[in-house]
Design a protein around this ligand. Structure first.
Ligand SMILES: [Zn+2]
Length: 157
């Protein structure tokens, strides 16, 4: 990873409509801390917890994608960064908390993104394994809702 603090990647915050998120990630990088670890999540996040599971903390994204109707974070409680570190029990619970969140929020449809591994490949700004459930406006006439999922490979001319 190319950043000094391997828990966050400020380069992947670029392209957002405002600079607040980039500034937050830059500040966190200076601390050397992981913002999604339980001891730091409450301080950095500050939004209500939707579901406090065994393996997952479910909460709204503090910096939702522009135009999203719902942008919910599913943060693995233990600090892991790869799928290989995730237990079968955590997978099963993820399905349960996804279903429960969809029910609680009356989400008619959504897109699930899981951020894992080296953030240079994923577009994630936080390396700690997490998933995001995102739903748009539901109006086909609205602009598409775009999410960063990595960097493009630039092929030589
Ligand atoms: Zn962490």
């Amino acid at each position: 990873m190319s950043t000094a603090n391997s828990h966050v990647n400020p380069a992947n915050t670029l392209g957002r409509p405002d600079s607040a998120y980039t500034e937050t990630i830059e500040r966190i990088r200076e601390t050397g801390e992981c913002p999604f670890c339980p001891e730091h999540l409450h301080r950095e996040h500050g939004l209500p917890i939707i579901i406090d599971g065994v393996n997952w903390t479910v909460t709204d994204n503090k910096y939702p994608y522009n135009g999203s109707e719902n942008h919910v974070l599913f943060v693995h409680k233990e600090h892991i960064t790869t799928l290989g570190e995730m237990s079968v029990e955590a997978w099963q619970e993820l399905q349960e908390v996804l279903k429960e969140t969809t029910r609680l929020r009356k989400i008619g449809g959504g897109t699930l993104i899981m951020r894992m591994g080296d953030t240079d490949y994923t577009g994630a700004s936080v390396a700690h394994l997490h998933a995001q459930l995102i739903s748009g406006s539901g109006n086909p006439a609205d602009e598409p809702l775009l999410a960063r999922v990595g960097n493009k490979i630039i092929l030589p001319e």
